[in-house]
Ligand binder design. Structure first.
Ligand SMILES: [Ca+2]
Ligand SMILES: [Ca+2]
Ligand SMILES: [Ca+2]
Ligand SMILES: [Ca+2]
Length: 379
């Protein structure tokens, strides 16, 4: 499905493209898609934001739901809810389903959670990954990164920044690896805060205080939180230099401390916390094109304690139109509309007049020709 305009609904819109399952969605336009009601994603979708020309895609004005959207991949999309969104709702929410990846996404301005992955009663929610992404500026008065309460989630190489609390609120089974948490106010990472069992793995994260941070770096631990942690750092002096200390067992309070993970978590390539800081600063979010909002929070992070603030309303940031401008750009020609531009097809002996070859596998490696094209766009 080609998204051919920035309309809220109707033919050629993103809302129309995602209205049915079993679709790969590519973008012939770049810019801000202003939504008046929530967007609801379906199962078996690939949302290839990296195909958008110009400044890429920002979804602005309300929240989105991935409940039930199993087997879905989302790459290089900015989800910016904002004060005009529905009260009590999340920027990105998912309450049931499995096997979803958000890669190089930028999530901000939630009115409830900014990323809430919260298993609803009687449902299953598992095999979720947020990677190389940003979760920023949950709107006050309920400014949160979000609640992650699932049977299996990985949060990797991502930035939580300018959220009053819940960076995230971790329940259930969660591995949290090589992330940076910056300028929380009352709570950084919440270690369960419940009598129900949780299993956590924290490796190589960097917790960096900002101007508003009052404490609560590792908040509300309970013995029901089964934790293995290693290589996590804490920089609390707000001096503009990354020079934190290693967090030790005593910093995690009354968790049940384990010398090995309590769950067979998937393997993740290892970085140190210092390497994670550098990687996240350079690559987290929709990094092909930095928009005003991502540049703003990454500049705050780079101040290492000197700048950073939670907000109540994104208009206080002063971006044109609330979210800032994005260049539109121009998509390459795709005569057969199979999602692969003519030039890329010709260079690989595919047929620019045959749409069926998108689902072929010219090199027999298990990835379709369309998937290979989509991956080729990712730096
Ligand atoms: Ca420092
Ligand atoms: Ca084509
Ligand atoms: Ca073709
Ligand atoms: Ca292939």
């Amino acid at each position: 499905m080609h998204v051919t305009n920035l309309d809220d609904s109707g033919p050629g819109s993103l809302r129309d493209a995602i209205s049915q399952p079993n679709r790969t969605v590519v973008f012939d336009v770049g810019g801000v898609i202003k939504i008046s009601s929530r967007l609801v994603f379906k199962s078996h979708q690939t949302i290839a934001g990296q195909t958008a020309p110009g400044g890429g895609i920002t979804i602005y004005g309300n929240g989105t739901s991935f409940s039930g959207a199993s087997n879905t991949v989302v790459r290089f999309i900015r989800f910016r809810m904002g004060i005009g969104g529905d009260s009590g709702k999340d920027t990105v929410t998912m309450a049931n389903g499995h096997d979803v990846i958000w890669d190089h996404c930028s999530l901000s301005w939630g009115r409830d959670g900014t990323l809430d992955l919260n298993e609803e009663s009687g449902a299953e929610l598992y095999n979720l990954t947020l990677q190389d992404s940003i979760v920023a500026q949950g709107l006050q008065p309920h400014s949160t990164g979000g609640l992650v309460n699932t049977a299996g989630t990985s949060i990797i190489r991502s930035l939580y920044i300018d959220n009053n609390s819940r960076n995230p609120k971790a329940r259930g089974t969660l591995q949290f690896i090589n992330n940076v948490v910056y300028n929380w106010v009352v709570s950084g990472y919440i270690l369960g805060d419940t009598s129900g069992r949780s299993d956590g793995l924290l490796l190589g994260n960097y917790f960096i205080t900002g101007p508003e941070t009052r404490g609560g770096t590792l908040d509300s631990p309970t013995p029901a939180y089964n934790l293995h942690a290693d290589g996590n750092y804490y920089d609390s002096d707000k001096d503009g230099t990354l020079d934190g200390r290693l967090l030790g067992k005593g910093d995690f309070g009354s968790v049940t401390w384990l010398d090995a993970p309590s769950v067979d978590f998937p393997a993740v390539p290892a970085m140190t916390a210092q390497e994670a800081y550098a990687h996240v600063s350079a690559h987290a979010g929709a990094s092909i094109h930095r928009d005003d909002a991502d540049r703003y929070v990454l500049d705050e992070l780079a101040s290492l304690g000197k700048r950073g603030a939670t907000i109540r309303d994104e208009s206080s940031l002063g971006f044109a139109g609330g979210v800032g401008p994005l260049p539109g750009g121009r998509a390459p020609s795709d005569a057969d509309q199979d999602g692969i531009p003519d030039a890329w097809e010709i260079a690989r002996a595919l047929d620019p007049a045959d749409a069926d070859d998108r689902n072929g596998d010219r090199d027999g490696d298990g990835y379709t020709n369309l998937e290979e094209y989509l991956s080729s766009l990712v730096p």
